[in-house]
Design a protein around this ligand. Structure first.
Ligand code: FE2
Length: 200
């Protein structure tokens, strides 16, 4: 707890130190962290869309893809895009690109809802994954090809590292939270199995 408090304080003070002058932030910059997420999700899509993948494995992979994308989008929307948006001037290509990125996330979330909604045959399920994959591929191309270079020149290396520290901290927190809830779900189901055995 103390360590997390310290990490938060140091991320905040690193934020105050920035503004393109100081160069004290360390660790990976936000762009490399986001690139790692992109590569990971690309790999998951490739596995999910392989013909030889069974529909049971495809369903598991789709769940993992949705979890990865949901967290990735949340981190970008709360920690990265707002900084980029405020650093870019009105009516510039940079501002247009960041607004476009929000819209692409909205389209991605709709495709996720369609993927999760109701029953679909294995063929339909694969088609929904393919559509989500196409949207994500396009979004990644735009981000890495245009938005990331713009972020590098608008925010500068130090600010990118400061945001990177915030992203890494928020990601660890979210992932440990989701591990805790899935282990308590396992505990509940184990307890349920015990009590149903006792009833017999
Ligand atoms: Fe992204």
């Amino acid at each position: 707890m103390e360590t997390m408090k310290k990490a938060r304080t140091s991320a905040r003070s690193a934020g105050r130190r920035t503004g393109g002058r100081a160069s004290e932030a360390s660790g990976p910059d936000v762009l490399s962290l986001l690139h790692e997420d992109h590569e990971k999700v690309k790999g998951l899509f490739a596995q999910a869309l392989e013909d030889k993948t069974s529909s049971a494995s495809r369903t598991k992979l789709a769940t993992q893809i949705v979890e990865e994308l949901t967290l990735h989008a949340k981190l970008e929307e709360t920690l990265f895009y707002p900084e980029l948006r405020s650093a870019s001037k009105r009516d510039t290509e940079e501002r247009e690109n960041v607004l476009e990125a929000y819209e692409e996330h909205a389209a991605m979330k709709d495709a996720i809802k369609r993927l999760q909604r109701g029953k679909a045959s294995p063929e339909e399920h694969k088609a929904k994954i393919q559509v989500l994959c196409d949207l994500v591929e396009h979004h990644v191309q735009e981000e890495e090809g245009e938005l990331f270079p713009e972020a590098r020149s608008l925010l500068g290396e130090n600010e990118l590292r400061t945001i990177g520290a915030k992203v890494a901290e928020a990601k660890t927190k979210a992932q440990s939270g989701s591990r805790r809830s899935s282990s308590s779900r396992r505990k509940i189901s184990a307890d349920g199995a015990t009590s149903s055995r006792r009833k017999k």
